[in-house]
Design a protein around this ligand. Structure first.
Ligand code: MN
Length: 307
């Protein structure tokens, strides 16, 4: 598998991007880097970053529209000038991503949402999102643009809030280089079944990325993968194998009290351990169980994995 970790796990504890890369190089199984743009790229020399990476590859860049300028929206920002800045940042991120050798731009529309009734003109906002993503996708047809939904936080309601809404958006945008990144915690927050969403996206060739983690569903807990929901994690890995997912598994976790390096390694180890459980039984045999459409058979499969 291809694995990547969250740089801010290190940076929020006082390091910088180069420190994070140095830590990643010591880890077992970590293969890729994922940068936030602009925070992990601007102010760094690209050649210096590439030299520091060594054998590590770059998956891509994730846009972050930080600061008070963007509080009222990203692609739906009411000020057209700010909205243009948001779109231009996507294009600049694309250029930097290419320089770094990456292939995926992740778009989490953090500020595109609303709190108050009568605050959002929904049809207008939806059209603004569709048009902005089309413009960005057409800027670089050789780059993948991947929409990461989150149901709420920072806004009370997000414009793109579920697997279904994401697939609907991808359909409306109608570009071959636009797909989605599924974040396990975000799916739990929405009470979306993670594997159901995975199957819908992957069966359409639209699964461009993964954010693996775990949690309890009320908020974005960002816990170690498989630590809370073993069965859901195992089912997810089964579907990844069934659809031959060959992208990067990025761990979007938040080690606030834990040390960043062992926490990242714990994610990789958990994913590998659960993957082994799934592989030991095998995709074919699991598919047979699924075809029975039966709860007891499904539960017995989980117990077999635990033996
Ligand atoms: Mn995420």
């Amino acid at each position: 598998m291809n694995y990547a970790g969250r740089m801010n796990s290190f940076i929020f504890k006082g390091g910088n991007v180069l420190d994070a890369i140095a830590e990643y190089k010591k880890m077992h199984g970590l293969t890729h880097l994922e940068f936030n743009y602009p925070e992990h790229v601007e102010g760094y020399d690209i050649q210096e970053l590439k030299k520091a990476m060594g054998d590590l590859k770059v998956n891509g860049l994730a846009l972050r529209w930080r600061g008070s300028d963007f509080l009222d929206g990203d692609f739906t920002h009411p000020c057209e000038e700010t909205r243009r800045r948001v779109i231009d940042m996507c294009k600049k991120a694309t250029d930097k991503c290419k320089e770094l050798g990456g292939s995926v731009i992740t778009l989490w529309l953090e500020n595109d949402g609303f709190e108050y009734p009568f605050q959002m003109d929904y049809e207008k906002g939806w059209k603004q999102i569709v048009e902005a993503i089309r413009e960005v996708a057409d800027y670089a047809p050789d780059m993948k643009y991947s929409i990461e939904y989150k149901p709420y936080e920072e806004r009370s309601f997000a414009m793109v809030d579920s697997t279904g809404m994401t697939m609907y958006l991808i359909n409306e945008v109608d570009r071959p280089n636009v797909g989605c990144t599924l974040d396990f915690c975000h799916m739990l927050m929405k009470h979306d079944s993670p594997s159901y969403g995975l199957a819908l996206a992957a069966s359409k060739g639209k699964l461009f990325g993964l954010h693996m983690n775990d949690g309890y569903g009320c908020k974005d807990d960002g816990l170690i993968f498989g630590s809370v929901n073993f069965a859901l994690a195992a089912e997810f890995i089964y579907y990844l194998k069934r659809y031959n997912y060959d992208g990067v598994v990025f761990f979007d976790t938040f080690p606030i009290r834990e040390a960043a390096a062992p926490e990242t390694q714990a994610n990789i180890d958990a994913f590998e351990a659960i993957r082994e459980k799934v592989e030991r039984i095998g995709v074919e045999k699991i598919t047979e169980v699924v075809s029975k459409h039966d709860g007891i058979s499904a539960q017995n499969l989980i117990l077999e994995m635990l033996r």
